[in-house]
Ligand binder design. Structure first.
Ligand SMILES: CC(C)(COP(=O)(O)OP(=O)(O)OC[C@H]1O[C@@H](n2cnc3c(N)ncnc32)[C@H](O)[C@@H]1OP(=O)(O)O)[C@@H](O)C(=O)NCCC(=O)NCCS
Length: 176
């Protein structure tokens, strides 16, 4: 997909990984791995079919979006699979030009097409509300250690949010 402002959204290319790490350091700070949400990603592979980059018209890396598998545990229900969206980041000099929006639209569409029903993220509803994300705590979700007001949810299939639940690492069952 090419956004109206000329960004192309494509799968991560061989060789993008180190530039993405540098972009994430610039966007979130070098201590980004101390964020609570990072503990749900560390040591777990992101969804390989949902690793997206935004390219500027010259083919340079303008932005990145990845998704991680997570589990949702609710009383009296089987564990449910879901996705943790992010990190999402755009090169500082290219912000406000639609790359973030294009990454979000392509990413959510691809996630739905791949059969994922529920997406959670940690971020601001002021930004993610435009993509259909709503506060997750009132729906019964919690991410241990994270501020409840920063946890947002979007169902990609009707009723997928269910009665909410507690976010767990994707390997929580194997580790138990
Ligand atoms: C957040 C981020 C990914 C947005 O990417 P972007 O390419 O600048 O976003 P877009 O150009 O697609 O912006 C789409 C709209 O969202 C708005 N927006 C951007 N950041 C916003 C924010 N933090 N809160 C509310 N609105 C925001 C833009 O003003 C724009 O609105 P408009 O089209 O009505 O003017 C980018 O600013 C970024 O990398 N920030 C640092 C990392 C970060 O905060 N990631 C998200 C974690 S919450």
């Amino acid at each position: 997909m090419t956004s109206p402002t000329g960004f192309r959204i494509v799968a991560e290319r061989d060789g993008d990984a180190s530039a993405i790490e540098e972009l994430l350091d610039r966007a979130f700070g070098a201590d980004r791995r101390r964020k609570r949400s990072h503990s749900f990603r560390a040591g777990i592979e992101s969804e390989s079919s949902l690793r997206l980059v935004a390219l500027d018209p010259a083919g340079g890396l303008a932005g990145t979006l990845r998704f991680w598998p997570i589990l949702v545990a609710a009383p009296s229900s089987p564990l449910r699979e879901a996705l943790l969206l992010g990190p999402l980041a755009v090169e500082p000099v290219l912000r406000g030009m639609g790359a973030g929006r294009a990454l979000m639209h392509v990413g959510l569409k691809a996630a739905g097409a791949a059969g994922h029903a529920l997406v959670l993220l940690v971020g601001e509803v002021a930004y993610y509300g435009q993509f259909g994300f709503v506060p997750a705590a009132p729906l019964g979700f919690d991410m241990p250690g994270e501020r409840p007001e920063r946890l947002l949810a979007r169902a990609l299939a009707p009723g997928a949010q269910g009665a909410g639940g507690t976010i767990l690492r994707a390997d929580a069952v194997a580790a138990a």
